[in-house]
Design a protein around this ligand. Sequence first.
Ligand SMILES: [Zn+2]
Length: 462
Amino acid sequence: MAVGFSMTAGRRTRRAVHAFALLAGCALAPLAAQAQDAAPAAKPVVLHCPALLDSVAGKMLGQSSVVVQGDRVTEVAAGYVTRPDAEVVELAAGDTCLPGLIDAHVHISMEFTPTIYSDMLHFNQADWVVRSTVWAKRTLLGGFTTVRNLGDSHYETVALRDQINKGWVPGPRILSAGPAIGSTGGHADDGDGLRMDLQPDVGPHDSIINGPSDAWKAVREHYKQNVDTIKIMTTGGVLDLSGSVDNSQLTEEETKALVTAAHEYGYIVGVHAHGAEGIRRAVVAGADSIEHGTFMDAQDMKLMKEHGTYYVPTIYTGTYVTEKAKANPHAYPPAVQAKALMVGPQLLKTVGDAYKAGVKFAYGTDAGVFPHGDNWKDFPLLVQVGMPAMYALQMATINAATLLKKDKDLGSVAAGKYADIVAVSGNPLTDITVMGKVDFVMKGGIVFKKGGAEQVFTSTAH
Ligand SMILES: [Zn+2]
């Protein structure tokens, strides 16, 4: 999908180069090191869970106690126990506790509201950033305690990540890719569809590359802006104003250069790809995940199994844009409308086929195309196309954590991991729609939702 919404201004102008040069000798690393959770109370907390998902074993446990100290889980015990001086939180009868959910594909600083295509021309970055704080909170209250943001406009989700980590605003843990990297006229190029005098002159500094050396330059620019991960676009997309959803938009050499450069800097690479050839190029280049994958063919699936590539299907987004286009012939601009009608049914089929073929999956939704907070809506569709509910839950917990290389800290409820724990009202193994009934949310030992009600968040950051 098109992630760039600032279509007119160009991504960034050269800023205060001289002032920055003064800082060049200073160590910037300590700034990043400050990005930590606000310190929670030292008193231990024991959660009494009527049921608890063991995401690693793929089992649902009965009554369990989870002991939390500070921002970490210290113990998981069978039955209801307590500990000296502990505050006990009794989850409601019938609740199921799960590891904090992970959405490996969101756009938390934008949302396709009914006025978005005109807002893109009127809003400043600051408008989007203010809204992103609201979208971040909705995501967290929906039970998603970690997200990978696969594309923003001006690295604003890097800033949002840092302010959430420092405790200024509530939100999920964010792994930010900064802006997605693509080619001239491709899905990442904000100038698509605008009249020529409004099209900014963009290059690798703006995440638009042509050739392998530009690829390295763009990845290094992302490193300089302190991203966590890299997103590239090897094919067309649905919501930009160009004609093709599945054409190839990066050469084999460019794709290989981007993935190699990203890996050299320790980043995993998520690849937006709808067409079979763009998927193939990404997989053979060593990409870590394929996003959307709408027209993935049997050869792609075989290659993904061989290479261990994850599939992040964004399945609800496909259905959502198709339904929206069907309901209203003017829901999207004409070029987008045609593409939107095509992708939903195709994506449902592809996801079912890829699961049967043995491709491994991680959960990711493309939230922002649909309203933030509805991130759970992939679950029922994943079950509908043939996945066991347990597998869908593992996708959003241990599989996503493993893809993101965060499984030491996230993805299961276990001693030593972050105390990111949610509870839903009911048993998702018998009724997957209870994933939309989030009763309780704890992130890093701090309770953001309890008894289905948002808790007052008072920032103690300073
Ligand atoms: Zn996306």
